[in-house]
Design a protein around this ligand. Sequence first.
Ligand SMILES: *[C@@H]1O[C@H](CO)[C@@H](O)[C@H](O)[C@H]1NC(C)=O
Ligand SMILES: *[C@@H]1O[C@H](CO)[C@@H](O)[C@H](O)[C@H]1NC(C)=O
Ligand SMILES: *[C@@H]1O[C@H](CO)[C@@H](O)[C@H](O)[C@H]1NC(C)=O
Ligand SMILES: *[C@@H]1O[C@H](CO)[C@@H](O)[C@H](O)[C@H]1NC(C)=O
Ligand SMILES: *[C@@H]1O[C@H](CO)[C@@H](O)[C@H](O)[C@H]1NC(C)=O
Ligand SMILES: *[C@@H]1O[C@H](CO)[C@@H](O)[C@H](O)[C@H]1NC(C)=O
Ligand SMILES: *[C@@H]1O[C@H](CO)[C@@H](O)[C@H](O)[C@H]1NC(C)=O
Length: 434
Amino acid sequence: MCLRNPITGRSVGPCGMLILATFYSFIICFAYFYYAEKQGALSRGSFQLNSRVPQCNHPRCYVYSPTLVRRSHRERNETLEKSRQKLLVPVSVPDHRPFQLHCDTCSLVTSSGQLLGKSAGKDIDSAECVIRMNDAPIRGFEKDVGRRTTVRVVGHSNFRTIFQNKLRTQYVHFRDPLTRAENVVIAWLYATNIYKNPAYRLTLNYSQMYRNVTFFMHTLAMMQHNNEAFHNETGITRTQAKTWLTTGWHAMLLALDTCDEINVYGMVYDEYCQDHPNDTTPYHYYLQEENKTRSECDYYRRSEERLNSGHLFVTEKYIFGRWAQKHRISFHHPVWKPKVYNETSLDTPFMKLYREKRVKAKKLSAADHRDENSEGDNGGDATNRAGPNNGQIKRSPSSDDRNRRKEKEPDILEEQDFMLFGRANMGIFGVFKR
Ligand SMILES: *[C@@H]1O[C@H](CO)[C@@H](O)[C@H](O)[C@H]1NC(C)=O
Ligand SMILES: *[C@@H]1O[C@H](CO)[C@@H](O)[C@H](O)[C@H]1NC(C)=O
Ligand SMILES: *[C@@H]1O[C@H](CO)[C@@H](O)[C@H](O)[C@H]1NC(C)=O
Ligand SMILES: *[C@@H]1O[C@H](CO)[C@@H](O)[C@H](O)[C@H]1NC(C)=O
Ligand SMILES: *[C@@H]1O[C@H](CO)[C@@H](O)[C@H](O)[C@H]1NC(C)=O
Ligand SMILES: *[C@@H]1O[C@H](CO)[C@@H](O)[C@H](O)[C@H]1NC(C)=O
Ligand SMILES: *[C@@H]1O[C@H](CO)[C@@H](O)[C@H](O)[C@H]1NC(C)=O
């Protein structure tokens, strides 16, 4: 028996032929699915791949509904999207109506352990509007945090972690009339391609499923504006600081636009942790029983001292204190009155470290310039040339900025994971890799 590989023409045995056949049929099958997916055949129902998905009980099994997403893609009005992305208010998903809430008084409820045992619930609920963040729960904490939620602000990178596949959490925040939010606002925590972001797609899905909640998202203009607010206050851009603004930052800015008077609950002032070195208040008022929460001050301190990533809780609070002098913002539990802030220089631990680093880098680069200009003279002075970090420090500030921008932020990595594992799987198998 003489079998030949149809491509190479070399003869192979029956076993080799079997392997080849399997290999080619895989390729053909894959190409076909790819083509069908591209043509939208899957969404037109010529395949019933999704019909078995509802029985999937695996915690990572995300029921992707191509029909829903595709239909709304087909119906996308890009003219409308473009014009609405310029608004400085959130827009609803999917129809892009502007967020029009206005409240005389607002309670901005943090998720901090500071709220435990303070019985602030009644005060919180007495405001016209109550703003909460992420998945901060109500049930079991009513006495301390109140019952009502007018707006829940969720950072986009938390959105999937919190809600995707978590039917119980979705029930609590989107369906249960006792605990659900009236409005959910997604804040984009860094520049992202909104309509391609998985958080947006998930919001599309939820906006169809949970009709009693109105879903909104920050616009591109808001994303830029909120970053600019950080730049204006600190003198450096968010990318230079290598930070992600917190959900609290976005919630505060939303509150400033929405409310005439803001009462903030559970937010400490910038130097609180310095003044209370032994404070072990948990970072979140919830997750205590599971011991998943950490000390707020520990976390704030560590984040503030990192120069390369993370949240700048202390710096942000310094800025909130400044804003409280210009706007009607007051702080409860702990109560604190804004001090006299230095308007020209922001002196938080992060800013000090950042400036020190810049000064050092400048000195080094000046030294390098001298080296270059007096080539040969200093040739033997190897100690003057910095070690492995040399290349990084030598860059001029402008190219430095550009390089920082190019750097991958941890969240973007997470998204790339999604691209690699999620997208391909999603269309064909309806399963998300998390
Ligand atoms: C949205 O996703 C959920 C699973 O998270 C799924 O059960 C539901 O069918 C989807 N809804 C729509 C309208 O596609
Ligand atoms: C898209 O939206 C704009 C602005 O609302 C509207 O004038 C236009 O008719 C819409 N186009 C379509 C195709 O619906
Ligand atoms: C919306 O709320 C009403 C009243 O509480 C309830 O009857 C209805 O089922 C809810 N709809 C959805 C989609 O949750
Ligand atoms: C930042 O400062 C500029 C110049 O003063 C101002 O025009 C702009 O509105 C400020 N942006 C924000 C978000 O505060
Ligand atoms: C914090 O703890 C240290 C050692 O346990 C103690 O010496 C110090 O007095 C405490 N500080 C405050 C402000 O309670
Ligand atoms: C949480 O910590 C406390 C005290 O450290 C311990 O008694 C308790 O068993 C822990 N709970 C869980 C769920 O690990
Ligand atoms: C603000 O900070 C700058 C730089 O550190 C300093 O020169 C200035 O005196 C400070 N102003 C006040 C009012 O403290």
